[in-house]
Design a protein around this ligand. Structure first.
Ligand code: BG6
Length: 485
């Protein structure tokens, strides 16, 4: 008998900007993802420089119609392959698919009063297709793809004006797709504004005249919390029975040693990570977090009524991504490694992926227990997976035991947490099909159960091909997580 609930939502997660392609078709406007440049030689010991975006870089990107250096423009052409891809997800037995709606496909500059009809028609077709296969959609409104025009005009979410543009977009989605979608997420990994301000919030650092970049980050975050609260209220009003979640990158941080300074540093990191879901689930800023921002002079400017808004627009559930744990130390000399767009001290007990991310299944159990104990709202894991290079054998098969062993170990730990009482209603791995990496825009960093024939330069037939993990996941779903071997 499975420890998981009978209606457990097994599936996978994708994002519009990493799969759709069709960046300039049928009226779509440019998004921040369409100017993200290919980074083949990412140094896993340096994420800091890698996230730098300048006005000049954006202008260079806008001057070309070529997708060669901007792989998110082409994605994996889900725009034209969605029927085939959804049929493959259905063949694996998916109960759910987490996907996002490209804001600039509906509102090309973000400021239009009326949505682009062709954009609405595309998503309607996708939702119809999911319905045909009995796959429940979980929809993220904003997954690293805000209209570029809003970023350029307002320096992204730094300007409060963006809230009303987002609200119009959200209301449009609720109205058009409310008949298909019960589960919504407002902002993907809302905590990531600090790690990549441009990707998550459209902030161009060299445009931060009025504020320091750090203050701009907290101002943008404040506006996103408000926008999420407004969208949550509207969604509840417009779609009876709808559920709106907060979405966090769960960056569980361990102290490198039991030296009190290491412990204090790890605690600070964990509290910082929690501050975002605290605001969205408890409906208010944590006291110590706000005092820290005030002491540094980077607390956001707030207006009368903001506190009420946050209190009245609390999230119904908490979704999170989990790829790895982190380690902190007071010793600056220790070896560092990369993680999900963040650097950490290397944990001597853990192996790493080729991209330096530390593999820690037990950390998922710890994360689930911590999150449920803190929030006591339903949880869902909406991203978990391993980026790896895959090889096609002469007979066309693709053996990916490393991916199976990563996922198996994480699902085992997930089940242990559920057996201890955690209310978990689903698991969507990242990503069920190979797609363009967020951090590097590489295609060769593959996550899928389904191989896509395309290389880093965009060459290939785009043919889809199941890997060994495809058949493994099919059995996992069939047995509701009991058969993991
Ligand atoms: C998550 C993002 O943080 O990490 C995804 O929500 C992303 O969009 C995933 O793809 C994996 O990161 P990367 O850089 O390997 O694509």
């Amino acid at each position: 008998m499975s420890v998981l609930r009978d209606d457990f939502l097994w599936g996978g997660a994708i994002a519009a900007n990493q799969v759709e392609g069709a960046w300039n078709l049928d009226g779509k406007g440019l998004s921040v993802a369409d100017v993200a440049v290919f980074k083949p030689n990412l140094d896993v010991t340096d994420y800091a420089g890698h996230n730098t975006v300048t006005t000049a870089m954006i202008e260079t990107a806008m001057a070309t119609d070529d997708a060669k250096d901007y792989p998110k423009r082409r994605g994996i052409d889900f725009y034209h392959h969605y029927e085939e891809d959804i049929a493959l997800f259905a063949e694996m037995g998916f109960k759910t698919l987490r996907l996002s709606i490209a804001w600039s496909r509906l509102f090309p500059t973000g400021e239009e009063e009326v949505a682009n009809v062709a954009g609405l028609a595309f998503y309607k077709k996708v939702f119809e297709e999911l319905k045909k296969h009995d796959i429940e959609p979980i929809v993220t409104l904003s997954h690293y793809e805000m209209p570029l025009a809003l970023s350029l005009k307002y320096n992204g979410w730094v300007d409060r004006a963006v809230i009303s543009h987002f609200t119009r977009f959200a209301e449009c989605c609720f109205e058009a797709f409310g008949q298909y979608v019960t589960y919504w997420l407002t902002f993907n990994e809302i905590d990531s504004v600090g790690r990549h301000p441009f990707t998550t919030a459209g902030i161009i650092p060299d445009q931060c005249q009025a504020y320091s970049l750090e203050k701009a980050v907290y101002q943008a975050l404040h506006h996103q919390y408000l926008a999420a609260a407004i969208a949550t209220q509207k969604c509840h009003q417009m779609i009876p029975g709808s559920q709106v979640g907060s979405m966090l990158t769960k960056l569980t941080t361990y102290p490198h040693t039991c030296h009190p300074e290491d412990v204090a540093l790890a605690l600070a990191q964990n509290l910082d990570n929690y501050s975002h879901s605290d605001i969205q689930i408890f409906g208010k800023y944590p006291v110590l977090h706000l005092k820290r921002l005030q002491a540094k002079g980077v607390a956001p400017d707030m207006e009368a009524g903001d506190e009420e808004l946050l209190a009245n627009g609390r999230a119904d559930y908490l979704a999170f991504s989990y790829y790895m744990s982190r380690t902190e130390s007071a010793d600056p000399e220790l070896e560092k490694t990369a993680g999900n767009t963040i650097m950490s001290v290397k944990n001597p007990y853990l192996a790493s992926t080729d991209w330096g991310w530390q593999i820690d299944p037990v950390g998922l159990r710890i994360s689930l227990l911590e999150l449920y104990d803190r929030y006591q709202v339903p949880l869902i894991i909406v991203e978990n997976g391993m980026g790896a290079k895959d090889t096609i054998e002469a007979d066309g098969s693709i053996h990916d035991p490393y991916r199976i062993s990563y996922l198996k170990a994480h699902i085992e730990e997930m089940k242990k947490a559920v057996a201890m009482g955690v209310d978990l209603f689903g698991y969507t791995s990242w990503a069920p099909i190979d797609l363009i990496s967020v951090s590097t825009s590489q295609m060769s960093k593959r996550y899928g159960y389904i191989y896509v024939d395309q290389d880093d330069l965009g060459k290939g037939s785009l043919e889809r091909r199941p890997k060994d993990s495809f058949y493994w996941y099919q059995k996992v779903i069939q047995s509701n997580g009991d058969e993991l071997d």
